[in-house]
Design a protein around this ligand. Structure first.
Ligand code: AMP
Ligand code: GLY
Length: 421
């Protein structure tokens, strides 16, 4: 099979490495890929949002199966366009990808189908939003831009002033463009967060290993929100009992709700959950594999990924018994100094002996090749994943490998997984 994977980050590197475990994956193209993916696939310089070029490439090169990994092309309809040209895809169509593309849609879906989530109000008008804030007596409150915002569209406002500033920046200044035309003002919840990536073909929903992301830039969950600074799997807070409750009250109801809306979801549905004192609540849905959750969830997956992806596309997921390896995985993200704000790129990366560490895989995110050498090219640079029998051992191995890698300005959190120990 000729397989094409759209995307350029650590998530895509993890997907490609896993697909390669199946000998049927004869040829893999990455559009556009990155400096590390180049060792595992043929990188093709086509951007993630350039759907016309993606379709043309797939048709001209006889691609048998396409995996659309990032949110942007999914929300823009890459799957619809590829399928219309006879290219079978893993990923939801545009109608279903709206579950991530519009927070207003997802909140209304949850309300309509009684799926547990934070209480909320939607505003299309700034004065009304500000008026509503005036009526609030307790903070924090959570302000969310409706559309995609590079993971930055959620602001936890600690007081009235911050809340009003957030609404103003989204609705008037349009810091997130059209994504801020509507905002959701939401109840602030507390509790451990859990990410659950689930495969679904619209008939069956199969959660993969649970995981925990670390979204803030600095140790102790301080600093700005990022795309994710590290992950562990499974998530120690997510007990079998909670998993059973989520299956019954969240996962199956969400799949059924999408079917009832005529928006059958096929692909990987990501449930961002908060385990509150009153039970699990959905914080967000994503229409795709999470990054960097994928870098710990897929290494733990025992069942063949390509087989499962084809089954999702063909509506045969119920035929498989999906199994995970025992043990734990930990991924530490190495980022550029300054991320998630300004940072410099183009620094050579020295891997030392890290690449030879047992049970360690280095997934590339923001790297490129320059005269055969790997150099930094983004905010998040590498995801260093280790597998072990226990979480403490996985963390130790991952940090030992991180310690051998260097580039100018490299920074990483020192406390990934600590909450789970
Ligand atoms: P998101 O960009 O939707 O993943 O949200 C970013 C982060 O904001 C989440 O991982 C949570 O930590 C936090 N968050 C979002 N919604 C709420 C909420 N209703 N209550 C508390 N924290 C929230
Ligand atoms: N790690 C969070 C996300 O992929 O959105």
């Amino acid at each position: 099979m000729k397989i094409m994977v759209i995307g350029s980050g650590g998530r895509e590197h993890a997907i490609i490495k896993k697909l390669k475990e199946n000998p049927a994956a004869e040829k893999i193209y990455a559009l556009p890929g990155n400096g590390g993916i180049a060792a595992d696939a043929e990188c093709v310089a086509i951007g993630t949002k350039d759907i016309d070029a993606q379709v043309k490439f797939a048709v001209e090169n006889g691609v048998d199966f396409a995996v659309v990994a990032p949110d942007d092309p999914l929300v823009l309809g890459a799957v619809d366009a590829l399928e219309a040209h006879g290219v079978p895809c893993f990923g939801p169509d545009k109608k279903a990808a709206i579950i991530e593309g519009s927070k207003v849609f997802s909140k209304q879906l949850m309300k309509k189908y009684s799926i547990p989530t934070a209480a909320y109000e939607v505003f299309e008008n700034e004065d009304e939003a500000l008026g509503y804030l005036d009526s609030l007596s307790s903070f924090p409150v959570v302000i969310k831009a409706d559309g995609l915002a590079l993971g930055k569209g959620v602001i936890i406002a600690e007081d009235m002033m911050q809340a009003k500033a957030a609404v103003h920046s989204m609705m008037s200044e349009r810091v997130f463009g059209q994504s801020g035309a509507r905002v959701v003002v939401e109840e602030f919840l507390t509790g451990p967060e859990v990410s659950v990536l689930a495969l679904t073909d619209g008939k069956t929903v199969v959660p993969l290993s649970s995981s925990m992301d670390h979204k803030r830039a600095l140790d102790g969950d301080k600093g700005l929100n990022t795309g994710g600074m590290g992950t562990i799997a499974p998530n120690p807070f997510y007990t079998d009992e909670i998993a059973a409750e989520c299956m019954k009250k969240i996962f199956i109801p969400t799949m059924n709700a999408m079917n009832a809306e005529g928006r059958t979801f096929k692909g990987c549905l990501y449930f961002g959950l908060m385990l509150t004192p009153n039970g699990a609540r959905v914080i967000e849905y994503n229409c795709r594999f999470g990054d960097p959750e994928t870098q710990v969830v897929l290494p733990l997956l025992k069942t063949d990924l390509l087989t499962l992806m084809l089954a999702v596309r063909e509506g045969r997921l119920s035929e498989y018994n999906v199994e995970n390896r025992s043990g734990a995985a930990a991924c530490v993200i190495m980022a550029s100094g300054g991320y998630p704000q300004k940072y410099a790129t183009g620094f050579p990366i020295s891997f030392g002996e890290a690449e030879n560490s047992a049970d360690v895989t280095i997934y590339h995110a923001g790297t490129r090749l320059e005269n055969g050498a790997v150099v930094t090219s983004g905010g998040r640079i590498l995801g260093v994943t280790a597998l072990a029998k226990t979480l403490p051992e996985a963390l130790e191995k991952s940090y030992a490998a991180v310690g051998k890698i260097s580039f100018d300005g490299a920074f990483y959190r020192r406390d990934i997984g600590r909450k789970g120990l």
